[in-house]
Design a binder for this molecule. Sequence first.
Ligand code: GLP
Length: 234
Amino acid sequence: MKVIRVKDSLEGGALAFTLLKEKMAQGARTFGLATGSTPLDFYRQMRASNLDFSECVTVNLDEYVGLGREDSQSYAYFMEEHLFQHKSFKASYLPNGLAEDLTAEVQAYNDLLAEHPVDFQILGIGNNGHIGFNEPGTPFDAQTQVVDLAESTIAANARFFDNPNQVPRQAISMGISNIMAAKCIVLMAYGDSKASAIKATVQGPVTTAVPASVLQTHPEVYLIVDEAAVALLD
Ligand code: GLP
């Protein structure tokens, strides 16, 4: 795992975008994408670039159960707003939060991931060390599944909703084994709320109690972090 310190998310987003360009030059065409405030500057760079993504496929990490693409809190809406309405891709996939048959949806997403192996995966990290919506305790061999969100995640994500009761309690999330299958992973983290999760991810034991710690066992991971996020590292 390579830890790269940057001044702020602007510099971090630019660096992540440089890595994407390098990987595209080497043939990367399938991108695993994340939502949240962390990757916003990375998407800004993608939008502003004159790169042609029309031969590229995107697969997102997760989606809230119960929210459709018309809902401004859904991750499908987020991706549309920050990337897809500005840049064309060959195809873009997210789990369908409105699927009536969640078991079938989960299976379909795993089949999709098998068909489109991810070359370049973007990740943020939850304050409790979650990646995607893989909360502490998720087995490392899990594939895409319906997950119950941790109370701390519901509380952290409530800031995006008018009322905390509106935060969905479940999500469909790529599993840790799907994430680990990506050839290259770039995790960004900014701010002191991420400091203990980053400490445990980089210097703690590899444990399901801190889902992101599994990244220590992946061959190509870049951690792009600001000073506040690495403040607790030895
Ligand atoms: C959500 C998403 C994660 C994201 C995390 C952190 O829980 N499912 O993919 O990494 O939030 O969000 P933020 O970047 O806003 O701190």
